[in-house]
Design a protein around this ligand. Structure first.
Ligand code: BG6
Length: 510
């Protein structure tokens, strides 16, 4: 068999240290630079990129915000964020080089502020050789997108020209339903054409998520079995042990489904279920993801095929923790779900009749994200009942995090003089197989945006289609009273187990 020319292993392509990808002349403006995301993820990621030597020499980071900071104050703030959050070693000479290009512009989202900002960016272009190439990172609530985009347009800093590019990087939430997502996309696309918009879904920046494509399409082993003929059902789990203390402002009223199913979990579903793309060019990947999302719907009746819950007080390991309603800032009568599960079906020849179960929750037993493809039983078992008493179903489990890897479960003979078969696991672990450390998701995605590589960014169509899948469920829940409760440290509400039991299935206990 020959390898098609267009075939590129996405893992080796993007992480091969012998061929580092280095961004060309450019700078980045972060709006909302004093927020949690910037402090914990973006600023450390920028330092890590600098440390890996993949930012251009004159790279300039401009923080924009209301604070009355001078350069030194902003540098101190960035320094603190880097020391606390960077994954690579702190090296004084890298830092000294980076701070030459760190600036703060103080202002609101008004004319005066943006006049100042644009003048500064023009000056930086001539002082530091950023070449007019600017990425604007909107790490702010979507209510501000319109003002920022229009201000950038007004001051002439939004248009890409032949010799200079302007891109906008935006963070979720991309709306709260399909309608609001469409409006948001209209607002952003009115100023920035779709090819200049980079929507961050940080799950797509994770190495193991990209490995789904490598696993499926670089092997002969899996793909022939990857369909309704052999697969019984699929479970996509994103479990977290953390609670929501400190996040009330964002989370109360939003809930688990909008927070992570609409984006991370549906992107995982798309990658697991899509057809082979013609190549790994962004457009080819997007076409396949869109096709599968278009074919995906909630299974009905929603009273039986969905479940949601809210955590109450309990034990997280040896720590006594509060329930959501007692967390700081949450409404004591909050009905926001912290656990959400749903059954989806994909209306295609490949997947007809295979339920895709998605679940996510806070304050669950442990932190784990995985995709389990559970196989149908072998059509015939030539064993006596006593010989296979504990035999379960075969499974391929893609562990996204932690302990990144792939696990296969199958039956094997127990050593001894009788024919007894039992389930065993064959476990591939990233950390054992590779010495290279994978970059953090934000590092990967920021670098991709600077390089204009859009494969790992969902398009406006993907976002709107994901909402279309979720909207009926959200509407149903809105009229269905309070969520069930589950104690912190457990594996969610009983209704989620019921949801699977009706099909004779059980959740994997990761
Ligand atoms: C974010 C959600 O997108 O992902 C958070 O808003 C969640 O609620 C986080 O905790 C989880 O990310 P990760 O990379 O730790 O799995």
């Amino acid at each position: 068999m020959t390898t098609p020319q267009a075939w590129v292993n996405p893992l080796r392509d993007k992480t091969d240290k012998r061929l580092p990808r280095i961004a060309g002349p450019s700078g980045m403006v972060i709006f909302g630079v004093t927020g949690d995301l910037a402090r914990k993820k973006l600023l450390p990621a920028i330092y890590d990129l600098a440390n890996r030597g993949v930012l251009p020499a004159g790279f300039t980071l401009v923080g924009y915000g209301r604070r009355d900071w001078d350069k030194q104050q902003f540098c101190d703030y960035v320094h603190e964020a880097v020391v606390a959050g960077a994954r690579t070693e702190f090296r004084e000479h890298v830092w000294q080089h980076l701070i030459k290009g760190i600036e703060f512009v103080s202002g609101a989202f008004d004319d005066a502020g943006f006049d100042r900002l644009s003048q500064r960016l023009i000056d930086i272009d001539s002082e530091r050789g950023t070449g007019g190439n600017w990425a604007y990172y909107l790490s702010v609530p979507p209510d501000y997108f319109s003002d920022i985009c229009h201000q950038l347009e007004r001051v002439g800093m939004a248009d890409s020209r032949q010799d200079a590019w302007r891109r906008v990087i935006i963070e979720k939430p991309f709306g709260h339903d399909q309608e609001s997502a469409r409006k948001l996309n209209e607002i952003v696309n009115a100023v920035f054409p779709e090819e200049s918009v980079f929507r961050i879904d940080h799950y797509l920046g994770k190495e193991t998520v990209q490995n789904i494509l490598a696993l499926r399409f670089s092997n002969q082993l899996f793909e022939p079995l990857w369909n309704a003929r052999y697969i019984d059902h699929v479970q996509i789990t994103m479990a977290e042990d953390i609670g929501l203390g400190g996040r009330a402002g964002y989370y109360d009223g939003i809930g688990a489904a909008r927070d992570v199913i609409q984006n991370h979990l549906l992107q995982l579903l798309a990658l697991v279920a899509m057809e082979e793309p013609v190549s790994f060019e962004p457009h080819e990947l997007q076409v396949e993801k869109i096709k599968v999302l278009r074919a995906t719907t909630a299974q009905f009746p929603l009273s039986k095929t969905t479940a949601r819950g809210q955590y109450t007080a309990g034990w997280q390991g040896s720590e006594r923790v509060r329930g959501l309603r007692e967390e700081d800032g949450f409404d004591p009568n909050s009905t926001t779900e912290t656990y959400a599960a749903c059954t989806l079906e994909i209306n295609s020849r490949r997947w007809a009749g295979v339920p895709f179960y998605l679940r996510t929750g806070k304050r669950l037993g442990r932190r784990v994200t995985e995709i389990a493809l559970v196989f149908k039983d072998a059509p015939h078992q030539p064993f006596g009942a006593g010989q296979t008493a504990v035999l379960g179903k075969n499974a391929v489990v893609i562990r996204i995090q932690p302990d990144e890897g792939v696990l296969m479960r199958f039956g094997s003979k127990v050593p001894g003089s009788t024919m007894e078969v039992r389930d065993v696991n064959m476990d591939f672990s990233y950390s054992e197989a590779f010495t290279e450390e994978s970059p953090e998701a934000y590092e990967r995605l920021i670098l991709d945006a600077l390089l204009d590589e859009s494969s790992l960014f969902p398009t406006n169509d993907e976002v709107e289609l994901s909402w279309a899948i979720l909207d009926p469920i959200l509407e149903y829940w809105a009229g269905a009273g309070e969520p069930d409760s589950y104690p912190s440290g457990s594996w969610g509400p009983e209704s989620a187990d019921r949801m699977l039991r009706r099909n004779g299935h059980t959740w994997r206990r990761p």
